[in-house]
Design a protein around this ligand. Sequence first.
Ligand code: AMP
Ligand code: GLY
Length: 425
Amino acid sequence: MKVLVVGGGGREHALIKKIKESKKVDSIACCPGNGGISYDAECYDVSATDIDGVVNLAKEIKADFVVVAPDDPLVAGMVDALNEEGFKTFGPAADAAIIEGSKVFSKNLMLKYNIPTAEYRVFDKPEDVIAYLEEKNEFPAVIKADGLALGKGVIIPETLEEAVAGVKEIMEDRIFGESGNSVVVEEFLTGPEVSVLAFTDGKCVKPMVSSMDHKRALDGDKGLNTGGMGTVSPNPYYTEEVAKECMEKIFIPTINAMNKEGRTFKGCLYFGLMITPKGPKVIEYNCRFGDPETQVVLPRLKTDIMDIFEAINNETLTDLDIEWYDEACACVIMASGGYPKSYPKGIEITGLTNGQLDGVTVYHAGTAVKDGRLVTSGGRVLGVTALGNTLEEALKKSYSAVDKIKFENAHYRKDIGQRALNAEK
Ligand code: AMP
Ligand code: GLY
């Protein structure tokens, strides 16, 4: 089989490394890919959001299977376009990807089908949001732009002034474009967060092993929100009891709800959960693998990933037993100094041979090969990942590799996994 993976970050690199292990696969292509991915797959210079370009590439290289990884092409209907041309695909159709594409859709879905989530109100006029927040006068408040916003569409203001400024940016200055046509204002929930990615073919749902993201830029969960600065798996807050409750009250009801709406979801559904004092609640759905959750979940997958993708495509996932390794996994993101704000590109990275280092797997997120040298090309640069018999051991291996990898002004958190380790004790 020839598999084409659409996307070019650390998540796609983790998918490609796993697909490479498949007995069914002889070659892997990626668009656009990146410097590190080019050691594992043939990279093509086609943007991940260019639907016509990707369909043409799939035809040109005669792809047998296409995996669409990022949110924007899924929400824009890339899978639909590929299916129309007869390609086998992994990823939801646009009518199901809306579960991530519109917060208003997903909140209304949860309300309608009684799936636990924060209480909310929807607004499409900035003055109505402000009037509501003024009257309620409860802070922190949670304000979310309706549409996709590069993971930055959520603000949690501590004061009314901050809220007013945020609403202005989203709804008047349109910093996220049309994503700010409406906003959701939510109840502020507390508790540890858990990410659960789940395979589903619309008939059954098979959760993967759990993970924990670290979204803030700085140690101690301080600083700005980022795409994710590191992950660990498993997540100790996701006990068997919590897992059972999530299955009954969240996972199965969500799959059923999407079917009832005529929007059957096939692919990887990401449940962003908060374990509140009143039980697990959904913070967000994503219509795709998480980044950097995938980097710690897939190394633990024992079953051939192409068997899973094909079973989802054929709607026979119920019959497939998915197996996992017991080891723990940790991923530490090395980012460009300045990220998530502006940062330089093109800085040489040293300490790696063919993009890798013994004892760990380095997933490349923002790298390029220029004149034979590996250089930075994005905010999140590398995901330095290790398996271990314990989480402590996995973290030790990741951090000792991080010490050996150098680029000017590299920034990484030094406390990835600490919260999980403390919870284990
Ligand atoms: P999201 O992009 O929806 O995952 O939100 C980003 C982050 O904001 C989440 O990971 C949470 O830490 C936080 N967050 C989102 N919704 C809520 C909420 N209702 N209560 C408290 N924190 C929230
Ligand atoms: N790590 C969070 C996400 O993929 O949305």
